[in-house]
Design a protein around this ligand. Structure first.
Ligand code: HEM
Length: 544
């Protein structure tokens, strides 16, 4: 064979090389495609008949995702039909008309679930945690129930993070919008997850941020690789992520170890000496910190998780909670800040927000409680409006888990493994759902003539609080799998904005216009807006 190759002319060798490359590409196309999972009767969007059409449509979707969602909605969903979209990462999505929203959220996990999709994103944190719902359970129950008690901690961390990251200088300075907000958000979130000491450790915060930013590009890359190579590649990805998790381990292991011991001791004492302790309060074990870490450790201990790996599993769960929260919150906050300082400025809404923030923080002497956060209604409206317009993906993404598939009322059969969703981006921009839908207008939530929710015909969506999901406000999803962090993030962002607008003068400098700007919405990297900020002189004199 080698002799034969040596005998060939360079032209022949070139032809053989081209044929080999083409064969490889054809094979790659066949092996990577999930195209077959879309039922034949569903219309594809932006998928003309062309060579490597599916892969090309996937690549294009990086740049035209929003346009494709809009087209799917207008051409198909509005006429009651489903549409199929190639997505840059993951399987194609079958976008269902809004009339199926209720059907989607009512299905049991054995028919539709988001777990297989989550697993693609963060299974690597620890294999044993595939399908683990501890983080979701703790956020839904303990965190939401205890949120009022957490206001002082949230406020304390906001004040400290702003001083450290935005600074106290009365001179104008320029800082990157997303990078600076990401660090602030990571600190506040981790104050709740793991406490004051660790959340102020710069190395730990750097690892938490880096882990979140690595996941999306890795998922895109893994998805583009032919299926037989996915296994070996995922080993490489896991190895890379171990690097970030090593940082988590280094910082968290001592406090997790201590907390596991304290929880075990407490559980044993309560079980064995409960009555005795009641009679003799002196013998009661010292109480545990009432925080996220204690709650996940308590669940792990009560569930009898193996002492051999309980610490690693708890740390991996902290990693998962970070993955779910940092980028989502950073994106929302950056978008809202950019909206208020540009569009909101022109409408006088920024002045309204600033005056409200100053009054609320001044009245409570910068020590707000939950009731003070509730008074920040203009800020909540601004956040809600930016969240409505910020959605760039389809919403309610679920995978058909039933081995026999699922059939819609119009007879469309969705096979096991198919991914479905609804066109949240387009629903949020439909004038029939939100009058003058594409205009940024936080005041719409204040108007007594606010539109009724067309899809539910119940309480107008415009009068619901930001954390209340509805069929026309899908930024946090809907139903039993709706975002469990939405109550916390509402309080966090409202308070953060109140401090920012009270203490700083803020101007925004847009990034250079380029296609890379669109790309970053999906990849989290690239050109970003900058902020010009300076501390208001009066802010340095108050208790802040
Ligand atoms: C503004 C910021 C945020 C936005 C826009 C957001 C949005 C979402 C959305 C759209 C979903 C999917 C819901 C569905 O399909 O029905 C989701 C799920 C989730 N979110 Fe958030 N989220 C945010 C902040 C947070 C925070 C701060 C946390 C943690 C404290 C968090 C934890 C989670 C978790 C754990 C899930 C998965 C729920 C499940 O598996 O049942 N999110 N989020």
């Amino acid at each position: 064979m080698i002799e034969l190759l040596l005998d060939l002319t360079s032209l022949q060798q070139g032809i053989i090389a081209v044929i080999a490359v083409l064969l490889f590409l054809v094979l790659t196309n066949r092996l990577t495609t999930w195209e077959y999972i879309v039922p034949k009767e569903v219309q594809w969007i932006d998928r003309p008949q062309e060579r490597f059409g599916y892969l090309r449509a996937k690549a294009r979707s990086f740049f035209v995702m929003k346009e494709n969602i809009m087209q799917a909605y207008l051409e198909c969903n509005k006429k009651g039909r489903a549409a199929a979209l190639a997505i840059a990462f993951g399987r194609p999505q079958i976008i269902l008309p809004p009339k199926y929203i209720r059907w989607i959220i009512d299905q049991p996990e054995s028919v539709l679930s988001m777990d297989p999709i989550h697993n693609e994103f963060h299974a690597f944190v620890q294999d044993g945690l595939v399908g683990d719902h501890t983080v979701q359970e703790v956020l839904r129950k303990e965190l939401t129930q205890n949120l009022g008690r957490m206001t002082a901690d949230i406020n304390d961390e906001i004040v400290d993070a702003l001083n450290a990251i935005w600074g106290n200088s009365p001179e104008w300075k320029m800082i990157p919008l997303k990078d600076s907000t990401r660090t602030i958000v990571a600190r506040i979130t981790n104050r709740l997850f793991v406490g004051k000491e660790i959340c102020r450790n710069e190395d730990y915060i750097r690892d938490a941020v880096a882990l979140g930013m690595a996941v999306m590009p890795e998922t895109v890359f893994q998805d583009l690789v032919p299926r037989p190579l996915k296994g070996p590649l995922s080993l490489v990805v896991k190895w890379i992520n171990h690097y970030y998790m090593a940082g988590f381990n280094r910082h968290l292991q001592p406090i997790v170890r201590e907390r596991v011991q304290a929880v075990r001791q407490m559980e044993e004492t309560v079980e064995k000496k409960g009555e005795e302790s009641e009679e003799n309060p002196e013998q009661k074990p010292s109480s545990l910190p009432n925080d996220f870490l204690t709650w996940i450790v308590q669940r792990a201990v009560r569930r009898g998780e193996s002492p051999a790996d309980i610490e690693q599993r708890v740390i991996a769960r902290v990693g998962m909670a970070n993955l779910a929260s940092i980028e989502t919150t950073t994106n929302t906050m950056s978008k809202c800040l950019a909206d208020i300082t540009t569009l909101g400025e022109a409408q006088g809404y920024r002045a309204l927000v600033t005056a409200e923030a100053q009054k609320v923080l001044c009245d409570c002497q910068n020590l707000p409680v939950k009731k003070d956060i509730e008074k920040l209604v203009h800020i909540e409206n601004a956040l809600k409006e930016s969240l409505r317009l910020a959605v760039v993906f389809p919403g309610l993404i679920r995978q058909v888990t039933s081995p026999t598939g699922a059939t819609l009322e119009d007879g469309l059969h969705l096979p096991c493994g198919a991914r479905i969703s609804v066109a949240a981006y387009a629903i949020h921009r439909d004038d029939n759902v939100w009058p003058d839908a594409t205009t940024y207008n936080p005041a719409r939530y204040e108007s007594p003539q606010a539109p009724t929710d067309q899809t539910t015909a119940k309480v107008p969506s415009s009068h619901l609080p930001m954390s209340r999901a509805s069929e026309s406000f899908l930024s946090f999803g809907l139903g039993k799998r709706a975002c469990p962090g939405r109550f916390f993030v509402t309080d966090e962002l409202k308070l953060l904005f109140a401090h920012m607008f009270t203490k700083y003068e803020i101007q925004i400098i847009p990034p250079p216009t380029s296609t890379a700007g669109q790309f970053t919405e999906l990849t989290l990297r690239g050109p970003q807006e900058h902020l010009l900020i300076r501390r208001r002189s009066e802010a340095n004199s108050v208790n802040a």
